[in-house]
Write a protein that binds this ligand. Structure first.
Ligand SMILES: Nc1ncnc2c1ncn2[C@@H]1O[C@H](COP(=O)(O)OP(=O)(O)O)[C@@H](O)[C@H]1O
Ligand SMILES: [Mg+2]
Length: 345
């Protein structure tokens, strides 16, 4: 019998909707029974024939734009626990509505929604991964600003990141003589750039007042990972796609060493597997950590971001993405792979 697929969540532009559109197209072409609706249109769903129902979610743009990342918000981006709770509750509500709507079906979520929500909280994510022996970037504890500044060494600075952020926004790096933030600096206040603006870094070296403001918010403080030199001294991280416990594709994002972050929304070069030049044993170690992370989150489909530190053979997981961008279609057709493999039940 053909498979059934329920897709929830439309993009807010043709760019953010393209992966969903592609997945629907391939699934229909393969003879799947497909329905795709946005989160606020669940009442439009019809019955499905199969008992087993695959459920795949895309990012809830409508809800997020209206409730979580509001343009005139005066709070610092990515630090609102209230916005996070709203988002997490919203997802749990969706799960229970689907479960009651399709109570006579066996629902197969690509990732359980409790874990999808959790993945937006950087502190909890790293803690849970650590509890399950996944190697991650190191979280530092602190009470006051001097506690943080004392942990800076000549070799390693510290990253202060908003706890609930994404896309490389709201990142601060404090090195001995170089303090940089990509929050907007207005007079002596930290503020936000626009939702679709480029979040450029500002030099705030020595401006303790700004760091004090920052650490009063919901942030995570991490030791800086110094990348092992594989790409001509440049900074890079590795995005690994874990699909049903396998790694069909990964890529490396490379930026100048001074550029602080490697997110593609902020510029940077990308090299896809199998052309990265990383040796087989390094790739093996990266894949092992990525698979462990996806397993801890009970996820069949996850993007795992990993860095290689110069002082350790064990790759470090930086963050997880259950709502992730798909790789460049010319390099790896993820939607095609999902439909063509045994990923869906
Ligand atoms: N502890 C760290 N050491 C070195 N680089 C880091 C560290 N944390 C973050 N980065 C850099 O900043 C980028 C953004 O951080 P990340 O935790 O992935 O936040 P976001 O959710 O905004 O993408 C990473 O891709 C990496 O390049
Ligand atoms: Mg990231």
């Amino acid at each position: 019998m053909s498979k059934s697929l329920l897709i929830i969540g439309w993009g807010d532009s043709s760019e953010t909707d393209k992966n969903r559109v592609r997945l629907v197209k391939y699934a229909k072409r393969a003879g799947f029974e497909v329905q795709a609706v946005d989160y606020h249109k669940l009442e439009l769903l019809h019955p499905f024939k199969n008992n087993t129902l695959n459920v795949m979610l895309f990012f809830p743009y409508t809800f997020w734009n209206e409730n979580c990342e509001i343009p005139d918000d005066t709070g610092l981006y990515g630090t609102s626990e209230k916005a996070y709770r709203l988002f997490a509750n919203f997802l749990m509500e969706i799960q229970s509505r689907l479960e009651s709507r399709f109570s006579n079906h066996d629902l197969k979520f690509t990732t359980p929604l409790a874990y999808v929500a959790l993945d937006r909280d950087k502190i909890q994510t790293l803690q849970i991964l650590n509890n399950h022996d996944v190697s991650t970037s190191k979280t530092l504890s602190y009470e006051t600003l001097p506690d943080i500044l004392d942990q800076i060494t000549p070799e390693r600075g510290i990253f202060i990141k908003c706890r609930y952020g994404a896309e490389g926004k709201g990142i601060t790096l404090v090195k001995p003589n170089r303090w940089l933030t990509n929050y907007k600096v207005e007079r002596s206040q930290l503020a936000n750039y626009g939702v679709y603006e480029k979040w450029n870094f500002t030099d705030i070296t020595g401006k303790k007042e700004l760091l004090k403001q920052l650490i009063e918010q919901e942030v995570i403080v991490e030791q800086e990972i110094i990348p092992r030199d594989f790409f001509g001294g440049k900074k890079y991280d590795v995005r690994v796609y874990v699909v049903s416990g396998e790694i069909p594709h990964f890529f490396v994002r490379i930026n100048d060493l001074e550029s602080v972050i490697t997110n593609w929304s902020q510029g940077g070069r990308i090299i896809h597997s199998p052309e990265t030049g990383l040796t087989e044993d390094v790739v093996e170690r990266i894949n092992t950590e990525a698979k462990k992370a996806a397993e801890v989150f009970h996820s069949k489909l996850m993007g795992v971001d990993i860095m290689l530190d110069q002082d350790s053979n064990v790759p470090k997981v930086l963050e997880l993405q259950t709502f992730m961008g798909f790789p460049d279609i010319r390099k790896f057709n993820l939607a095609g792979y999902l439909v063509g493999s045994s990923f869906f039940h």
